[in-house]
Write a protein that binds this ligand. Sequence first.
Ligand SMILES: Nc1nc2c(c(=O)[nH]1)N(C=O)[C@@H](CNc1ccc(C(=O)N[C@@H](CCC(=O)O)C(=O)O)cc1)CN2
Ligand SMILES: Nc1ncnc2c1ncn2[C@@H]1O[C@H](COP(=O)(O)OP(=O)(O)OP(=O)(O)O)[C@@H](O)[C@H]1O
Length: 190
Amino acid sequence: MRKKRRALTPAQQRSAASGLQKSLSSAIHLSRSARWGLYLANDGEINPLPTIQRLWRRKKACYLPVLHPLYHNRLWFVRYEPGTKLKPNKYGIPEPVLRGAKRVPPWSLHVVCFPLVAFDKQGNRLGMGGGYYDRTFADRRVIIKRPKLIGFAHHFQQFPELPHEPWDIPLSAVATDQQLHHFRNKKALR
Ligand SMILES: Nc1nc2c(c(=O)[nH]1)N(C=O)[C@@H](CNc1ccc(C(=O)N[C@@H](CCC(=O)O)C(=O)O)cc1)CN2
Ligand SMILES: Nc1ncnc2c1ncn2[C@@H]1O[C@H](COP(=O)(O)OP(=O)(O)OP(=O)(O)O)[C@@H](O)[C@H]1O
């Protein structure tokens, strides 16, 4: 899956990113959400940047994951605005510099868009293997607040059935360049 998505041309990536926006716009309730967690594309991931720019135009607050400097394999979410200073993390993914940044806990976000390597019809997600999202969103406070967790993916990243582990955080939806998949997963937060 990673090889396949890295092989996409810039033109294919642009068209996928605009398809992603269309899929998201079919979810009317999302337009009411004020605080969004997103990511910056890496390794051929579908690019959320056009979506981020659209959210900015609608005066929504966007946040990016930052590797936690102290807690093992956990994420912080930091405000991302036009002009926010970025610095590559240890994987080479740009993230906002922490100094003077507006940092929020994951449970304060209304919608969180998860990067993923593959997903299936049950809303199971295969990630990059660091357990960052699983650890960060396993917090009891996230479960109480129930942010909407949406995977972002290329259509071809759907897989019939994925193995899953007890700690995997199920998604309530996956938005692709072609459609928005909703999951009726009892374990999904919402
Ligand atoms: N765009 C984006 N940001 C993200 C994630 C993500 O999946 N995508 N993450 C989601 O968790 C976190 C970072 N996790 C990552 C885990 C592994 C690799 C990675 O490239 N691993 C290499 C080995 C790198 C090494 O150890 O030196 C590999 O598998 O080839 C990248 C990000 C936070 N930010
Ligand atoms: N809530 C948790 N508490 C402690 N360890 C965890 C938790 N969630 C995941 N892990 C550990 O993290 C490791 C990686 O998990 P997994 O392979 O599911 O990551 P992933 O979902 O692919 O990664 P990412 O979320 O970073 O994209 C596993 O070995 C697992 O033991």
